[in-house]
Design a protein around this ligand. Structure first.
Ligand code: SF4
Ligand code: SF4
Ligand code: SF4
Length: 307
């Protein structure tokens, strides 16, 4: 490897939380930054897209793409990043599975416009803006359907420890080792294989701090979630909401696995479970709807409507 590693950081539609997590490696930035030759990071320096486009294909060592591709500009940037970067990393759960913004696929685009613009409670006479804005795609398609990635680094956001570990390996020219275990593997809580009496909302009752939350009735997606966070929520008292997406092979259906685990623990009729889980789509597919079976049917339906 040369003295410096050239990098490009691209951002699609996202909250910038993944890049914030990168910045949050704090003092370790002092070790990492001098080794990076930043070729493009529009959110931090005054780079323009044409600056990235001007580089020869394959001339940048590492690219990180945060966010999902909701606008045509996002899709374009994603493809340019793929062309220019030797190693392209899908950075965060939005980029890897569609993430929180992928929940927009629960509704059609007109309903999204209603909520965001036309009937927005903080706006009078709201209209959908059209001037000087890139067109919005009808549906959130997973980034992997547009380009191939070399590495997936999910998380909402990926933890700073994970980012540091990945960057350090890349800077040394080594492979990134990502253990395949689920969150349950890292969870200190005791499992007794007892059935769930009823499904509880997080605010109901008082959870035993030593016992598996799922067995107590709280929906915990730990068994269906990649444990790259090393179980940081479950070991501090909160159920896992699934933000690292499904474990390897990572594009399995996380929500279906979560429901199946709940079903196998709860001797409750499916109708009753449905009654007790107030928001099944948002509960089980909060971070991975576009890459799920249901989500891909939704995308196919939209594509069929377009033909
Ligand atoms: S994965 Fe989470 S933190 Fe990262 S951009 Fe998406 S919503 Fe933000
Ligand atoms: S289901 Fe949740 S609480 Fe139970 S062992 Fe797995 S991670 Fe821990
Ligand atoms: S425990 Fe679950 S929700 Fe919490 S950070 Fe890990 S994967 Fe995300």
């Amino acid at each position: 490897m040369p003295d410096k590693v050239s990098v490009a950081m691209g951002q699609g539609s996202s909250c910038w939380g993944c890049f914030q997590s990168l910045v949050d490696i704090h003092m370790n930035l002092a070790d990492v930054l001098p080794q990076l030759d930043i070729k493009f990071w529009a959110a931090v320096a005054d780079f323009k897209h044409e600056h990235l486009e001007e580089y020869p294909d394959g001339s940048i060592d590492i690219g990180l793409y945060e966010g999902m591709a909701r606008t045509e500009e996002d899709v374009h940037l994603l493809k340019v990043m793929r062309d220019k970067c030797k190693t392209l990393i899908s950075f965060g759960s939005c980029s890897t599975f569609g993430g929180i913004p992928g929940m927009a696929n629960f509704s059609d685009i007109e309903e999204c416009y209603d909520v965001k613009f036309r009937n927005n409670k903080t706006v009078k006479g709201g209209e959908v803006p059209t001037e000087n804005l890139p067109p919005i795609t009808d549906v959130v398609k997973p980034n992997k359907d547009y380009v191939d990635f070399d590495i997936y680094l999910p998380g909402c956001p990926p933890t700073s420890d994970l980012i540091l570990k990945a960057l350090t390996a890349l800077l040394k020219g080594e492979d990134i080792e990502l253990p395949p275990h689920t969150v349950c593997h890292y969870c200190d809580r005791e499992k007794e294989d007892t059935p769930i009496p009823e499904v509880l909302r997080p605010y109901q009752g008082k959870a035993d701090p030593d016992r598996c939350l799922l067995e107590q009735g709280y929906i915990c997606l730990g068994s269906a979630t990649w444990g790259l966070c090393e179980g940081q929520c479950v070991n501090k008292g909160a159920p896992c909401r699934g933000c690292f997406g499904p474990p390897p092979p990572i594009h399995d259906d996380q929500g279906a696995a979560g429901i199946s685990m709940l079903g196998s623990y709860a001797p409750i009729e499916p109708e009753e479970i449905l009654e007790q889980v107030k928001d099944p789509l948002g509960t089980f597919w909060r971070f991975s709807y576009p890459t799920s079976h249901l989500g891909s049917m939704r995308i196919k339906r939209e594509e069929a409507n377009d033909q």
